[in-house]
Design a protein around this ligand. Structure first.
Ligand code: PMP
Length: 464
């Protein structure tokens, strides 16, 4: 990625630019179709049918009806309508820390957003199940069967909803939770949840908005990680589908679609599935195939995970590495037993990397999980570069002569120990570290990830 001055950035977070920023094949396909025709989807166009056929070929046979929309939020909102219409029920079960979109119906089922609300303000038909996080969650890796334990919690929620007169329309979850902290659910969890939910008359909605289209490497869809025997009733897609062009899709079974149609309420979407969007979508699928990007996600993702594992062995702050393909999370903790989130440290790593033109983000309920979800053309060299930088930041022990650091921190500014000062200090330490060769002169001090000790040491030097 390049900024307006032509400065190069390594993008480790952009799962929208799925096949690479401004991929020429995708740009060309969009431009050519725009030159020819773009119109309201009332006018039938071959691209829509061609795209639906291509997409359907990547999915289990049962998922055979596509609805085209323009954003992940639209897709999830439509998925809820389908579920409500098909089941005749209203209640929805969502996972803790989940995010499913910005429209009203989805804020209601996005604890990532609504956790600030009081119980009274929360929607009564929404139920929150624990996130199936085996690192920090309720049932962890040392549990004999976390998949069943987490699924049993969903069953309890269903029973409680029934006691209050509620009826379950849907369980919705990302196939791998992203905003929730790069959570990989234990194998078999979705099958067990689906069994409980379907028994209650509800449907299973898999949100693939962040994780679909080959990102997980071994499979095209992340829900497939759970095994061949698991097929959701509704799958929603977004972000990577158009490589930045606003396009999304909901795919469901014939039964659900027929129930939706039988309501007599016509479904119409002006822009959804327009010829340009579908041309772009087709080009994205072509590039994934032609450049073997799913294979690349598997190869580079494994390599990245191995490199990060070595960081875990080296640095106590790195508590957990988890991921599939090019969807990887690095959870930072101050204490590996108590799992105290290293939130400030995660932020400092992000800022520090950005200053070195590497884009990474931190998320999860404690904002302490570094998120890797780069375009699928990410290379092993890219992985080497970012991990080497992280290693240097984590090592964070620079010996710096006091003359270099203390002078510009003038006495009357020291009490303004704010972020900008901290950053300028870090930057100068970086420059110094990069230009110095060999052992440094005394006096020296340690610059760890937390800046406070650095400040107090500096103050001592200055005052002394
Ligand atoms: N689902 C998930 C899992 C998402 O991460 C997002 C967006 N971050 C959405 C749905 C909503 O997509 P959009 O922003 O395209 O409406």
């Amino acid at each position: 990625m390049y900024d307006e001055k032509g400065q190069r950035y390594l993008d480790c977070i952009n799962n929208v630019a799925h096949v690479g920023h401004s991929h020429p094949d995708v740009v060309r396909a969009g431009a050519q179709q725009m030159e020819l025709l773009n119109t309201n989807s009332r006018f039938l166009h071959d691209n829509l049918v061609l795209y639906a056929q291509r997409l359907q070929a990547t999915l289990p046979d049962k998922l055979s009806v596509c609805y085209f929309v323009n954003s992940g939020s639209e897709a999830n909102d439509l998925a809820l309508r389908l579920a409500w219409q098909y089941t005749g029920h209203k209640d929805v079960i969502t996972l803790n820390n989940a995010y499913h979109g910005h429209v009203s119906s989805l804020i209601d089922i996005s604890p990532y957003k609504f956790h600030q609300l009081s119980d009274a303000e929360q929607n009564q038909f929404v139920h929150v199940a624990p996130s199936p996080d085996v690192y920090r969650g309720k049932y962890r890796a040392d549990h004999p069967d976390p998949a069943t334990a987490y699924a049993d919690d969903v069953k309890d929620i269903i029973n409680k909803a029934h006691e209050k007169g509620g009826k379950i329309a849907a369980f919705i979850a990302e196939s791998l939770q992203s905003c929730g902290g790069q959570v990989i659910p234990p194998s078999g969890y979705f099958q067990k949840v689906a069994e409980h939910v379907r028994q209650a008359g509800g449907v299973f909605i898999a949100d693939e908005v962040q994780v679909g289209f080959g990102r997980v490497g071994t499979h095209f869809w992340a829900f497939q990680l759970q095994g061949e025997d698991f097929v959701p009733d509704i799958v929603t897609m977004g972000k990577p589908i158009g490589n930045g062009h606003p396009m999304s899709c909901v795919v469901t079974t014939r039964e659900v679609a027929e129930a939706f149609m039988s309501s007599g309420m016509e479904y119409f979407n002006t822009f959804g599935g327009n010829p340009v969007s579908c041309a772009i979508g087709l080009a994205v699928l072509d590039v994934i195939e032609k450049e073997d990007l799913q294979g690349n996600a598997l190869r580079v993702g494994s390599y990245l995970t191995e490199l990060l594992e070595k960081q875990r062995e080296k640095h106590p702050l790195v508590g957990d590495i988890r991921g599939c393909g090019l969807f990887v999370g690095v959870e930072l903790v101050k204490d590996r037993v108590k799992l105290t989130p290293a939130t400030a440290e995660a932020q400092e790593i992000i800022y520090n990397l950005k200053e070195q033109h590497i884009l990474l983000s931190a998320d999860g309920p404690h904002r302490n999980v570094l998120k890797f979800k780069p375009p699928l053309c990410f290379t092993k060299e890219d992985a080497d570069l970012v991990v080497e930088k992280i290693d240097r930041i984590l090592t964070g022990t620079f010996h710096v002569p006091v003359s270099l650091c203390s002078v510009p921190l003038c006495r009357n500014k020291v009490d303004l120990a704010g972020l900008s000062l901290a950053h300028s200090l870090l930057k100068r330490l970086e420059v110094y570290r990069d230009t110095m060769q060999g052992p440094l002169q005394e006096p020296s001090f340690t610059c760890g990830l937390c800046l406070k000790p650095v400040y107090s040491l500096l103050l001592k030097f200055i005052k002394g």
